[in-house]
Design a protein around this ligand. Structure first.
Ligand SMILES: NC(=O)C1=CN([C@@H]2O[C@H](COP(=O)(O)OP(=O)(O)OC[C@H]3O[C@@H](n4cnc5c(N)ncnc54)[C@H](OP(=O)(O)O)[C@@H]3O)[C@@H](O)[C@H]2O)C=CC1
Ligand SMILES: N[C@@H](CC=O)C(=O)O
Length: 428
């Protein structure tokens, strides 16, 4: 059979993995799709850079149009990252009838609907399994595995870099900056790791998951995002003492027609399976009305796990080519979203306050919670080790975000409250 020719945009962490798997598993791939898969051309920024993999130098190009305009190329695998240039290359490639596989969540979270519409118009496939949770086949699972159910909640660790950092800080007492550097060296972090640590990467992934899971037009602006850069070793130690692990969680919830999506550092009860998801591993919990609770676990970043998802998409495109059904999949119809208000978003909260250490303070603090009908699960007061103040550690029962914000606003005008050191959502 005629070989399938692939143009690879990018030969960094993921691109290198794609070449290794396509070459190393060639026989298995051929047996599934019935023809050889050949990486015909590879786009890089700098052809003379030394690389950890040998690629025939004649295949390397620094000009994306060498690939986009090449009529011999059937499929483009985009693993270079970035948004605007990449969007242009992909739209142009679709206009020329090429199928696309991408790992680019930044692009798909922002321009996904435009790209998928264009693909449909041109009878092309656009697959993006690797864009969320690296090696876990969660996108295919949401589209196919849950097609018969109605999802009410998607909750997970969807960023490997921040889970790697929080795990090392929690288990080894490691310093934030040192572990971030290690995550970068291992190829887990984004080109600009701010998007990992400030939660944007996870927010993009949650946009994709929530859109597919709730079949709703969720956009990045709908996600309430907070990263881990302000999580201190002290916060992690408090969490552990109380029986929790600190995790950066993405949480998308639906009640009737109303949804909320957030990414935030969250204290997860030790007994919850997500609390023991460590290092670069990701896990996604999906709750369906009929199926109940399910969990998907695996490496969320890194060369080979991510490339596994990319090459699986490539195999799917080639199988569709064989069957002549590219671009013929039924597209999802998205409902117009209705976002929950802060009154409708409920969870347990952890608060750490520094207060004056004198009679009646605890009563005033608890009175503020009572005023806004926030019920408390536990309250602990202890002296501060270094300051002439007391610390109050509070865990609430389920309370609305609006009510907790009102309590926090009340603390601002209470002279006995010196500072609100930390506030975290609590799960489990
Ligand atoms: N790393 C991971 O674990 C995961 C990454 N992803 C996504 O996969 C994509 C790639 O990530 P990753 O492999 O880590 O990125 P890298 O930074 O390691 O590699 C990027 C590659 O693209 C090339 N490149 C970048 N910009 C251009 C440009 N303007 N013109 C030509 N070539 C360019 C680079 O060339 P050169 O080598 O010459 O510099 C490099 O080979 C991103 O979208 C990322 O978000 C998704 C899941 C996991
Ligand atoms: N930087 C990302 C890579 C995979 O998407 C992460 O750490 O999860």
């Amino acid at each position: 059979m005629k070989p399938i020719k692939v143009g690879l945009l990018g030969l960094g962490t993921v691109g290198t993995g794609v070449v290794r798997i396509v070459e190393g598993h060639q026989e298995d791939l051929q047996s599934q799709v019935g023809s050889p898969i050949v990486i015909e051309k590879v786009l890089v920024q700098n052809k003379s850079k030394s690389r950890g993999i040998h690629v025939n130098p004649d295949k390397l190009t620094e000009d994306p149009w060498d690939i986009v305009n090449d009529p011999e190329i059937d499929v483009i695998v985009e693993v270079m990252g970035g948004i605007e240039n990449t969007r242009t290359y992909i739209l142009e490639a679709l206009a020329r009838g090429k199928h696309i596989v991408t790992a680019n969540k930044d692009l798909m979270a922002v321009h996904g609907p435009e790209i998928l519409t264009k693909a449909h118009e041109h009878g092309c496939d656009v697959l993006y399994e690797a864009s969320v949770a690296g090696g876990i086949p969660i996108i295919r699972t949401l589209i196919e595995g849950f097609s018969s159910d109605r999802i009410t909640k998607i909750m997970g660790i969807v960023n490997g870099t921040t889970n790697f950092i929080l795990t090392k800080m929690s288990k080894e007492g490691a310093a934030y900056d040192v572990v971030l550097k290690e995550a970068q060296e291992l190829g887990y972090a984004e080109a600009d790791p701010t998007s990992d640590v400030e939660g944007l990467d996870a927010a993009r992934k949650m946009t994709i998951l929530a859109s597919l899971g709730f079949r709703s037009d969720v956009s990045l602006e709908d996600v309430d995002v907070k990263g881990i850069s302000k999580v201190s070793r002290e916060d992690i130690a408090y969490a552990k003492r109380l029986g929790y692990e600190m995790k950066l969680l993405g949480i998308a919830e639906r009640q009737d027609d109303y949804i909320s999506v957030a990414v935030q550092p969250t204290m997860v009860k030790n007994s919850h399976p997500i609390a023991s998801v460590n290092g670069v591993f990701n896990a996604v919990y999906v709750y369906g009305e009929a199926v109940g609770e399910t969990m998907f676990y695996g490496a969320g970043a890194g060369e080979l796990p991510t490339a596994t998802s990319v090459v699986a998409d490539l195999v799917a495109v080639v199988k569709n080519l064989r069957l002549g059904v590219n671009g013929k999949q039924l597209t999802l119809t998205y409902k117009e979203k209705k976002l929950k208000t802060d009154e409708q978003i409920a969870s347990k909260y952890f608060l750490l306050l520094h207060v004056d250490d004198r009679a009646g303070v605890l009563a005033r603090i608890t009175q503020a919670f009572a005023e806004f009908e926030v019920s408390l699960e536990s309250v602990v007061q202890q002296p501060n080790a270094t300051l002439p103040e007391a610390e109050i550690i509070i865990i609430t029962h389920d309370a609305s975000k609006a009510a907790v914000n009102k309590v926090l606003a009340a603390f601002e005008s209470m002279d006995v409250v010196k500072s609100v050191k930390s506030v975290y959502r609590v799960e489990g």
